[in-house]
Design a protein around this ligand. Structure first.
Ligand code: SME
Length: 162
């Protein structure tokens, strides 16, 4: 079955408008499909298409490591240990981490030299972190508390599809 998201000119959209759009689009995009790779791939494409971020992807917890899942953007490192980099720190601390300048984050893992700022949102099943959403921007200080809140809502919607 093919799903199609309507093409939209986002040039007049505010950031809040864009989040409203992705929150509306996500359930009908994912509900008809049961395969998690297909669904996470489309979920990442929805974010990339709407926000044009440099890199957006999922790392899933597997055998006590984060393992790269569906993503949009340049090639990335495949495995991240607990507590390593921004992703491993968000997993360990079980909280969203907003990094205005990746060069100031001790232990940041640079997958792309163009990445300047980053946000990582843990995804919970019950009390347990089962994955993280990672977003990179080529601009400094690109993410704020609106992104943290809205991406938290987005991630909660992804849980049934992991
Ligand atoms: N920068 C991340 C690594 C993943 S890439 O950005 C895609 C980190 O420090 O954990």
């Amino acid at each position: 079955m093919s799903m199609e998201v309507q093409s939209v000119d986002f040039s007049t959209y505010t950031k809040s408008d864009k989040y409203k759009w992705v929150h509306e689009q996500l359930p009908p995009l994912l509900a008809p499909e049961s395969d998690s790779v297909a669904n996470l791939g489309n979920a990442m494409a929805l974010l990339k298409d709407t926000f044009c971020w440099w890199w957006v992807g999922i790392y899933r917890v597997s055998q006590n490591e984060l393992v790269l899942g569906p993503f949009q953007g340049p090639v990335a490192c495949t495995r991240i240990a607990l507590g390593r980099g921004v992703c491993g720190s968000a997993w360990q601390q079980q909280k969203t981490i907003v990094v205005p300048n990746v060069h100031d984050f001790p232990g940041h893992i640079a997958c792309s030299a163009f990445s300047q700022s980053e946000i990582v949102v843990p995804i919970f099943k019950g009390e347990e972190v089962v994955a993280v959403l990672d977003v990179d921007s080529e601009h400094l200080a690109h993410f704020d508390e609106i992104d943290a809140r809205e991406l938290g809502i987005f991630c909660a919607s992804l849980v049934p599809y992991l």
